[in-house]
Design a protein around this ligand. Structure first.
Ligand code: CP
Ligand code: NVA
Length: 324
């Protein structure tokens, strides 16, 4: 697979291979540092939205393997406004070796991949967040050693992060219960897609009852009630989501060894309380660190696949020039 846009585009085997590679690169980094396998390679990072984790973890991942990352802020590129996404993809792809994009409409990600001559990584769109999904799977794998028999409960707004969690769960048969108010539950086509990906084996339930959802769960996951781009709805959302807050009371209904996850940024006192976010069951910060390791694996894998094609592309360009 040339691009990394959606966990559903990849087979469970390939996702598992990426996770193994991430673990290997993490070990290597903790030992003596990574080898410069992407020496002199450049990643172009296009952002339509703000970021801490995605921006810095990609930038550091490239640095660890001898490469370079270029940050292009929302003001600079004007994806689809100053210039069409197709043109941006073709121009940027002529300068850098790989592109990461964070967008509002998912169509920008698809257009970028359609037109880019180099691999494209989805760094979050309104639809999904597959890099987050990879870091989450990595965190779960490290915690439990395997995925069999696990139950994840997702509480709150069904958003881009939920979509990627559902696809990840589908690959590895992690039971998913989503608790959200009416109107904020996963779209039927997302559930259908996850079910299809799980070849009928995915155990997924959607409920309005947060206590029922966490009963016996090994992983409690939440995210902001108001995602980037939805700021005008913040008050309306704050009125309906409080019953879904991840707090000590709710955690008491989950498995006694359950871990708590959140993609961050957290809105403490809203979707999660301080005592839970900072408590012994929280894995929020190892999870955030794992963005670095998971994405390094994605970069190394995609660049290895692209290397052969890149050689050919450059040779063709050279020949074309010679024949003129
Ligand atoms: N979780 C995540 O993607 O964080 P940023 O928005 O800070 O990149
Ligand atoms: N759902 C959140 C995730 C942030 C990483 C958002 O889209 O704002």
């Amino acid at each position: 697979m040339k691009h990394f846009l959606d966990l559903a585009d990849w087979t469970a085997d390939d996702v598992y291979k990426l996770l193994r590679l991430a673990l290997k690169l993490k070990d290597e980094w903790l030992e003596d540092g990574n080898k410069p396998v992407l020496k002199n390679k450049a990643l172009g990072m296009v952002f339509q939205k703000p970021s801490l984790r995605t921006r810095v973890s990609f930038e550091m991942a490239m640095q660890h393997v001898g490469g370079h990352a270029l940050y292009l802020s929302p003001q600079e590129i004007g994806l689809g406004k100053r210039e069409s996404t197709a043109d941006v993809a073709r121009v940027l792809g002529g300068y850098v070796d790989i592109i990461m994009a964070r967008t509002f409409a998912h169509q920008h990600i698809l257009d970028m991949a359609r037109w880019s001559p180099v691999p494209v990584i989805n760094g979050l769109s309104d639809y999904n967040h597959p890099c987050q999904g990879m870091a989450d799977l990595l965190t779960i794998l490290e915690e439990f050693g395997q995925f069999d028999g696990l139950h994840m409960a997702y509480l709150g707004d069904s958003n881009n992060v939920t979509t990627s969690l559902l696809m990840g769960a589908a690959h590895f048969n992690i039971k998913m219960t989503v608790a959200a108010p009416e109107g904020y539950q996963p779209a039927q086509d997302v559930i259908d897609k996850a079910r299809q990906l799980g070849r009928g084996k995915l155990d997924v339930a959607v409920t309005t009852d947060p206590v029922a959802a966490v009963e016996g769960a090994h992983i409690i996951y939440t995210d902001t009630w108001t995602s980037m781009g939805q700021e005008e709805e913040a008050d309306k959302r704050r009125a309906v989501f409080p019953p879904y807050q991840v707090n000590a009371d709710l955690l008491g209904h989950a498995d006694k060894d359950a871990i708590v996850m959140h993609c961050l940024p957290a809105h403490r006192g809203e979707e999660i309380t301080d005592d839970v976010a900072d408590g012994p069951q929280s894995r929020l910060f190892p999870q955030a660190e794992n963005r670095l390791h998971a994405q390094k694996a994605i970069l190394v894998h995609l660049m290895a696949e692209a290397a052969v094609k890149d050689k050919k592309r450059k040779k063709d360009k050279k020949n074309k020039k010679k024949n003129k």
